[in-house]
Ligand binder design. Sequence first.
Ligand code: PLP
Ligand code: COI
Length: 371
Amino acid sequence: MNDTKQQITTRFEAMVIPGSLDPTPLESIEWEKAGFSLKVTPFMGGSIAGEDGVFEPQTVVRTGVLRMPPQASALNYGQALFEGMKARRGVDGKVRLFRVADNARRMASGADRLMLSAPSEELYSKTVVAVVQANIDYVPPLGKGSLYIRPLLVGSGMILAPAPCNETLFVVYVQPVGSYFKGLACIDVKVEDAYQRAASRGTGWVKAAGNYAPCYYPTKKAKADGFADLLFLDHTATYIEEVGSANFAMVKNGTLYVADSPSILKGITRDSVMRVAREKLGLEVVFAPLELDRVLGLGAFAAAGPADEAFCMGTAAVISPIGSLNWKGTSYPFGGGVVGKVTTAIYDVIDGIQTGRLPDVYGWTTVVDLA
Ligand code: PLP
Ligand code: COI
C-alpha cells in the first residue's frame, strides 16, 4: 500500500490525494439496511495511459479525491464509461468474483467506441483483485450483501475542442452494498412512454456514463408515484429495451423470452441467465426483440394472455422479479404478485455459483486469495 510518505512512482498515484476521503467505519455499517447507498472503503487502485495508449502498472492507494483539470474531456464532453461487478463471500468463507474477463472485454469494446484507451484483461483483473484484497474486511458476510466493484474509464486529458483526449484514467473503487431493489421480492415498474433511454444506432450498448443521468428525470417521477424503476421502449414504442439499470426477460408457457436490441447493454447477468435457463433448467430461450404486447398480452398476443413471470437482471439488480408493469395508467400484474418458479430457479443457480454453494461448471468465478 502507498501512503503520503511513500515516493510517488506512477501517474495514477500523482493524480490521487491519498487519504483525503474518510472511509466509512466498518462497525457503523448495518448490513441489513445498507441498500445501494454510498459508502467509502479505505483503498482504491488504478492506472493511467498517455497518448501512446499504454497503461502503467496498477497501483493501490488510500482512497482520495482525484486531481482532475476542469479541461478534462470527461468533464466537458462525457468521454467516460464504467463497469459494475461484485465480490461475494461464499459458503466456504472464500471471496469470489463473477465473470471478470467478460467485464474487462465489455469495458474494452466501450473504450473503442468512445475513443478511450482500454486496459488489458490482465491489468483490469489484477487491479480489481488488488483493490478487493485491500478492502477485504468490507466484503459483507454471506447472505448480507456483496462488495460492489466500480471500475471507471475516464478521459482525463485536457482538451477544448470536442475530440478524443490524450490521457485515459482507469480507476477501481469498491463499496459494500445490500439490495438494489427488494431482493427476491416483486417490484412494480412503469413502462415509459414519453422518454427513450438511448437512440437506436447510438451508444446505449456502451456502459457510457452519459447514458445514465438522462434517466434521472423520468425515473424520479416514476419513483414519486411508487414505482421501483422504469422500463424503456424503442422509439416506436413496440419493443422492450431495458430498465434503466438492468435487462428484461419474461416467461410464458415454460419459454424464457429475453429482450434484445442493438441499443441496450449486453448484460453479463443476462448472458448467465440464458445459459442457466438452457443448460441447467432445460428451457427454450428466445433471445430476440421482445414486443411489449407479448409481455402484457395485448394486440396479437391477447389470446395468449400476459407473461407468467417477468423479471429484470443485472449486477446491481441481481434477478429482480417484476410483480406488475404499468402501461399508460393501467397495471398489468404477473403471477399474482408471487415470485415465479422459473425466476426462483434461475436466481438459485446463479446465487449458488456466486457463493460456492453450487459447482461453477461454467468457470465464471475467480477466487480472491485472502492471504
Ligand atoms: N442494462 C443497464 C443499462 C445496466 O446499467 C446494467 C448494469 O450493469 C445492465 C443492463 C446489466 O448488465 P450486467 O448484467 O452486466 O450487470
Ligand atoms: C450495475 O449493475 O453494475 C450497474 O452499473 C447498474 C447501476 C447501478 C448503474
